[in-house]
Design a binder for this molecule. Structure first.
Ligand code: FAD
Ligand code: NAI
Length: 479
């Protein structure tokens, strides 16, 4: 680590922070990144996107071998789960990727400080960040280092939203972090919250053998998704064995020695009931993490919900202090945080980048996957927008048939007058990959006709996207 004055110090080494630091360094800014976790990559790489996807993939293979291989004429007997190997593979994937970011920092000349960063002086042009070095208790425990900088980017992410009165011990009552690290398959699991984490981690443990019940306060699962997609997703997941208790409120969770009891009642009120399970996963959302940052002393404004308040250029009310990613709210997604990181770095060097939130896709990595970009039908109706809709089922797609994965459909919504694509909602195999052509199309203001007239390779799942676009004009070929 060289001298102690920087153009930009990024606090937090998650997808928002590390990408911002690399882009800033690429643009010639003297850059440092402070991370307290002991490894780079943030929630996403350490206890989020990556370990969850590793387990989703492994558990998918296990289910394929157990249930679906026979349909393809492949007979396997005595399929056994080796959870220890599955978990250590997941850990290896995480280590490879987090160390990869350290390599990228070296390559791009980003100085990496391991420790807890706080803003100890907020003076435009000369902010001071104090780093409590190696707060994880290795060599320099307790030592602090002060560095100055023209700009600070706060990218400290989010943490699990607790359920009032419920103590998450990460053994019997767990958060997503505990759900990524169970030592054995529980016989039963209650998941509180039918959002993204509830459905992804619920799927992992159901596939590995747990009896999983998902309790959700609302009358439906996956709140922000298109209603038709939500219903179909629920039907498919129920067919796979997930159980849902919708419109149900949790009034308490009591942990015993080897199990827990969840007290529930109808969201609208009613008789109390108890659900017993070996493990209870609390997955009711995430909240911004700003603890120990010194934002109050620095005079940085927060919103009523504790998010860091920023303007259109991601600058807080204090000149030279910016914030990005989960800590500012909006979609709590890694790729959204990354794009904000790039935008801030570019703004600092006088470039004029833009970010189009309307073209950012959300993906739920259940099987089949669920993917969404742009407006839902409900949002268009509420806004009074006149739109046309085209839908195409995977049962009519030749590749889906060949693969034996025919659940789901593609739905495209387009403006009734201009034909501009306003939204796309997919439930189906590899929906998360398929949605990207619509994100790209929306960046270029594509019309449904543009998508429908683009030649799609055959036989591909993507042909279902083309057919849905043709269906907007009531002229699909294969339906
Ligand atoms: P974070 O990744 O949370 O990083 C912030 C970092 O800042 C942390 O490492 C923290 O240790 C550090 N930090 C905090 N305070 C300080 C301080 N004072 N000093 C130094 N360091 C500090 N999103 C997707 O897009 N796709 C997915 O598949 C996906 N799966 C997920 C699965 C799970 C189980 C979870 C929990 C989340 C998932 N997410 C997913 C969401 C995604 O992880 C977040 O949106 C993303 O990590 C946000 O990035 P960030 O950089 O804003 O914050
Ligand atoms: P979420 O916001 O997706 O879902 C939380 C669910 O819990 C909602 O359906 C809500 O109605 C319900 N809920 C809230 N309080 C409740 C209560 N007391 N009782 C019963 N139900 C209750 O939050 P989740 O799943 O915790 O995920 C957090 C964030 O992490 C999400 O915002 C998501 O963006 C991100 N994430 C993204 C993933 C992806 O992109 N594939 C994967 C996992 C997480």
């Amino acid at each position: 680590m060289s001298d102690s004055s920087y153009d930009v110090i990024v606090i937090g080494g998650g997808p928002g922070g590390y990408v911002c630091a690399i882009r800033a360094a690429q643009l010639g800014l003297k850059t440092a990144c402070v991370e307290s976790r002991g490894s780079l990559g943030g929630t996403c790489l350490n206890v989020g996107c990556i370990p969850s996807k590793a387990l989703l993939q492994s558990s998918h293979f296990y289910e394929e071998a157990n249930v679906h291989f026979a349909d393809h004429g492949i007979k396997v007997s005595d399929v056994k789960l080796d959870l220890k190997t599955m978990m250590s593979r997941k850990d290896d994937v995480v280590t490879q990727l987090t160390q990869g970011i350290e390599f990228l920092f070296k390559k791009n000349k980003v100085d990496y400080f391991k420790g807890l960063g706080s803003i100890t002086k907020a003076e435009p042009g000369a902010h001071e960040v104090t780093i409590k070095l190696d707060s994880l208790g290795k060599n320099d425990q307790g030592k602090a280092q002060k560095i100055t900088t023209k700009n600070v980017v706060v990218a400290t992410g989010s943490e699990v939203t607790p359920l009032p009165g419920v103590n998450i011990d990460e053994k019997t009552i767990i958060s997503s972090t505990g759900a990524l690290d169970l030592k054995e398959v529980p016989k039963s699991m209650v998941v509180i919250g039918a959002g993204v984490i509830g459905l992804e981690m619920g799927s992992v443990w159901r596939r590995l053998g747990a009896d999983v019940t998902v309790v959700e306060y609302l009358d439906f699962i996956l709140p922000p998704m298109d209603a038709e997609v939500r219903k179909q997703t629920q039907r498919i997941l129920e067919k796979q064995g997930l159980k849902f208790r919708l419109g149900t409120k949790v009034t308490g969770v009591r942990a015993g020695t080897s199990s827990a009891t969840v007290s529930v009642e109808a969201a609208t009120g009613g008789d109390a009931e108890s659900l017993k399970a070996d493990v209870v996963l609390v997955a009711i959302g995430r909240r911004p993490f700003t603890h120990g940052l010194g934002l109050d002393k620095a005079g940085v404004n927060l919103t009523d919900h504790g998010f860091v308040e920023v303007d259109d250029h991601f600058q807080t009310n204090v000149e030279g202090i910016f914030a990005i990613g989960d800590v500012i709210g909006g979609m709590m997604l890694a790729h959204k945080a990354e794009d904000e990181g790039v935008v801030v770095a570019e703004l600092l060097t006088g470039l004029t980048p833009h970010i189009n939130y309307g073209a950012i896709a959300s993906v739920v990595y259940t099987w089949p996957e669920v993917a969404s970009v742009g407006k839902t039908e409900e949002q268009l109706k509420e806004a009074g927008t006149r739109y046309k809709s085209g839908k195409f089922p995977f049962t009519a797609n030749s590749r889906a048939r060949a693969n034996g994965d025919t659940d789901g459909f593609v739905k495209i919504l387009a403006d009734a007058e201009t034909d501009e694509v306003l939204g796309c909602h997919i439930i189906g195999p590899l929906a998360g990959d398929l949605i990207m052509e619509i994100s790209l199309g929306m960046e270029f203001t594509a019309s449904a006709e543009d998508i429908g007239r683009t030649c799609h390779a055959h036989p591909q799942l993507g042909e279902a996207v083309k057919e849905a676009a043709l269906a907007v004009h009531k002229r699909p070929i294969h339906m």
